[in-house]
Design a protein around this ligand. Structure first.
Ligand code: F6P
Length: 511
């Protein structure tokens, strides 16, 4: 898709206010300026912008901003740099007003969140109501009217930013569960827009979704889109069943007839699965980079050159099954099936949502368990679990993927899990084994992984041992097939599939 941007002059603005400034009115160093009234033909909207603030001494910090980690950013950044569009989102600093600016070739339109918004909209409704509700209620969701009120208000703010910056007929792609009301707000104000929405996390079955006091408003909000995308066909199916059950919508072959207040059909929304993927080129190149290959060898040496390195890489989130993984590994050590002399488990747990109670408790529990395992099984030379509560740049992640003989992805529920896809892509020699939860969306595509149910601890232990002892020929056969799947379906294909389906759909509806 070709998009253009038109910077309009703003007679009201003076030099300082119209450009990249922070709360104190100082220019964000190294960012190129973008007029705050610029109009775009293509806009991506997500809770977070693909950057956050940093101080110059922090690793990866350039010009006061750093590309933020995470699946969504990994997925969309390559496409945003290729397309002349803009990204609307929160810049990561509470209470700080930042004017639109450009970083790394992407025009960014910051949306401000106050400390109150972060507590009620982000930590509250998004991550203590929707997140657990959409992940099989692994933790109990909390329902508070004050949080819902904040969710509506913040969604309105995001929608207003788009309404202000979108050219007539622009394509707008709204991302994820934090912004489910935005599609309808856009349609009401700007029926000229082509509106897509993609849900990165699972969509729950109607039997669970039913608990949400605002279930009708959420479905109604999503149905403002022309195209609603999900990770798996089962998520799209759950959404359509909820639309039928809670709004009485007529649903036929992925088409949902959306009615206005007068009962007449306003438009037809389409619900469909578009499994997200990764930037295959980036990971493959890094995996072949001699410095990164050497770094992976160094990691093995630093661990005392064990025969087997097992690896887990997750945000520290209760949906990821880290406790189940540690339990299985501890039992394998106790059973004598693995020993600290022969094997080390590296667990990277990147800090996440640290002010939310369930996340605080999880951290305590995981760190307590790791301490217990290491206290019991470590020797002076060897450690059972190397636990790292950090985020790492992608270069170090690829070195870890190359060092790991066995990758453990034991999510209890996961929209996709891009770590699984990154590991497979990094294994350019077709060696290594992926243990993958059948509850991660990636299991739909990576059928040659060692699939397992993480709730079944004995099954998980058996699968880990199968991975540890896998013969090279079988490992290569499985890895080759998984690599082919991912190499044929990278993130560019994901975004172009979604956007071309959106374009076609809108053209068909109009004709
Ligand atoms: O998986 C959903 C998601 O929102 C990702 O887009 C993001 O990388 C991750 O969860 C963490 O999100 P946050 O730190 O913004 O809560």
């Amino acid at each position: 898709m070709q998009a253009t941007k038109h910077a309009e002059s703003d007679p009201e603005s003076n030099g300082a206010d119209a450009h990249g400034t922070d709360a104190h009115g100082t220019s964000a160093p190294g960012t190129s300026d973008t007029a705050s009234d610029a109009q775009y033909d293509f806009m991506v909207v997500s809770n977070r912008l693909p950057v956050d603030r940093c101080s110059p001494d922090e690793p990866g910090c350039e010009d006061g901003w750093r590309r933020s980690p995470g699946g969504l950013v990994t997925a969309l950044a390559p496409m945003m740099t290729k397309t002349d569009g803009a990204w609307v989102g929160w810049h990561g600093a509470p209470d700080e007003h930042v004017q639109p600016f450009s970083h790394g070739g992407i025009d960014l339109v910051p949306v401000q969140l106050s400390t109150h918004d972060i507590e009620f909209f982000y930590e509250g409704f998004s991550n203590s109501t929707l997140w657990p509700l959409y992940h099989d209620v692994i933790a109990p969701p909390e329902f508070h009217r004050t949080w819902w009120d904040s969710y509506r208000k913040v969604n309105r703010r995001f929608a207003d930013a788009v309404i202000h910056h979108a050219n007539p007929g622009a394509t707008v792609w709204v991302q994820d569960y934090q912004l489910q009301l935005v599609p309808k707000m856009l349609r009401e104000a700007r029926p000229d827009l082509k509106i897509g929405f993609f849900n990165h996390i699972p969509f729950p079955p109607p039997e669970i979704f039913a608990q949400l006091p605002w279930r009708r408003a959420i479905i109604d909000g999503l149905l403002g889109a022309d195209l609603v995308g999900f990770q798996r066909p089962s998520d799209a199916g759950n959404f359509m069943r909820s639309a039928r059950r809670f709004l009485g919508a007529s649903v036929k072959q992925q088409q949902i007839h959306v009615k206005g207040a007068d009962g007449k059909t306003t438009h037809i929304a389409r619900a469909q699965a578009f499994p997200i993927s990764i930037d295959v080129k980036q990971i493959s190149e890094l995996a072949r980079n001699p410095e990164i290959v050497e770094r992976s060898r160094q990691i093995r040496r630093d661990l005392g050159s064990p025969k087997t390195i097992l690896l887990g890489v997750d945000r520290l989130d209760y949906t990821k099954g880290i406790r189940h993984r540690l339990k299985a590994y501890e039992e394998l050590l106790a059973d004598g099936k693995v020993s600290v002399e022969d094997a080390t488990l590296i667990q990277v747990a990147s800090p996440s949502r640290e002010r939310v109670e369930h996340y605080r408790l999880l951290r305590e529990e995981v760190e307590g368990t790791v301490g217990h395992i290491n206290g019991t099984y470590d020797t002076m030379q060897n450690t059972a679990v190397r636990y790292l509560h950090h985020s790492y740049p992608i270069e170090e992640m690829v070195a870890l993927y190359l060092a790991a003989d066995v990758m453990l992805v034991t999510a209890l529920r996961d929209g996709m899990n891009l770590v699984a896809k990154e590991y497979v892509t990094a294994r350019t020699n077709n060696d290594g084994a992926l243990v993958l939860s059948e509850f991660a969306g990636a299991a739909d595509q990576l059928k040659q992984a060692l699939l397992m149910n993480p709730h079944d601890i004995d099954g998980l232990k058996d699968t880990i041992m199968k991975a540890v002892n896998m013969q090279p020929a079988e490992a290569a056969r499985r890895m080759r097939s998984m690599r082919k799947q991912i190499l044929d379906h990278d993130v560019d294909l994901w975004s172009s599939d979604f956007l071309s389906t959106l374009e076609e759909k809108v053209i068909r509806d109009d004709s």
